[in-house]
Design a protein around this ligand. Structure first.
Ligand code: C2E
Ligand code: MG
Ligand code: MG
Ligand code: MG
Length: 277
């Protein structure tokens, strides 16, 4: 009885595993198709300067809208699948190109808003990433200040010297570099000073509990203090309520980002927001 059950369970497990793999392969194939058909879209979410209440930068967030699907597939589903194949390089190239195009359009309209892109570790490992970044910037007549990079701490920790040197060179040129989702990875504060970064984005999971949860707020305060001591600008992600916003202000962080101010929106909607501010 027990043995049969065990075998069944094993069978059940391998079946779902192979089903999962099959599903992933089919998603990967559809992603590849979608790249050809241009079924991706970039949305932008403002990052608000706490001092002025205005925004001068935004984060580019990728959306996949396969035409046969009702709604967009969230990046948390398809980015990890793309990362397991070469697809992430193609997607990253698309994101960089679109971002530079958008940045140029805004420049031509006299709009000075920096766009930060999320860069996957798999993309960075390719030596061509930095060449592409430089080439794309110059092709669209952009300055280093126009396009920022967001990397998670896990990606930074895994980066070899060559990557860190490339990042430092970009940083020296004036590229803003953020550590994304800070606090969810290895989050060793002692690593911070080794990384050529300008901004630290505290993951929204900390804000959820703070300020009521003493542990979460102690962590928030510690991260802000260490970050500031290291001359980093602090961004808090996932600000959804006024009381969270007030709390961030009380911590003296530089920037806030979240649904309270704006969801990720189209480039046109960003322009409309700018007119209002
Ligand atoms: P992330 O870089 O940490 O982006 C922040 C995520 O939080 C976004 O989810 C954003 O829509 C969401 N968010 C913003 N404000 C709030 C809020 O107030 N409350 C809540 N609950 N969520 C908020 P999204 O767009 O689904 O992206 C998820 C992740 O996918 C990103 O996390 C990033 O790691 C990855 N991603 C997105 N676009 C790209 C891309 O172009 N390239 C790469 N490599 N990764 C991307
Ligand atoms: Mg990000
Ligand atoms: Mg984040
Ligand atoms: Mg994230």
């Amino acid at each position: 009885q027990a043995k049969a059950e065990g075998r069944n369970r094993y069978h059940f497990f391998t079946k779902t595993l192979s089903q999962r793999l099959r599903q992933q392969r089919s998603i990967a194939a559809r992603l590849r198709e979608s790249l050809k058909k241009d079924e991706f879209e970039l949305l932008f979410q403002p990052q608000i300067d706490v001092k002025t209440g205005k925004f001068t930068s935004c984060e580019a967030l990728l959306r996949w809208r396969p035409l046969d699907e009702e709604s967009a597939v969230p990046p948390n589903i398809f980015i990890p699948i793309a990362e397991r194949s070469e697809l992430i390089a193609d997607i990253g190239r698309w994101v960089l190109e679109k971002t530079c195009q958008q940045s140029k359009k805004w420049k031509q309209k006299g709009i000075g808003v920096r766009i930060d892109i999320n860069v996957s570790g798999k993309e960075l490992e390719k030596s061509s990433f930095f060449e592409r970044l430089t080439a794309c910037r110059s092709h669209y007549g952009l300055s280093p200040e126009d396009i920022g990079l967001e990397l998670t701490e896990n990606v930074l920790i895994k980066s070899d010297n060559a990557i860190l040197e490339n990042l430092r060179a970009q940083r020296d040129l004036g590229v803003e570099i953020s550590i994304d989702d800070f606090g969810t990875g290895y989050s060793s504060l002692s690593y911070l000073k080794q990384f050529p970064v300008s901004h630290l984005k505290i993951d929204r999971s900390f804000l959820k509990g703070a300020p009521e949860n003493a542990y979460d707020s102690a962590l928030m305060e510690a991260i802000v203090n260490v970050g500031h001591k290291l001359d980093l600008k602090i961004v808090v992600e996932g600000v959804e309520t006024q009381s969270q916003s007030d709390y961030c202000k009380s911590l003296n962080v530089e920037f806030v980002q979240g649904f309270l101010y704006s969801r990720p929106i189209s480039a046109e909607a960003i322009e409309a927001l700018l007119e209002k501010q």
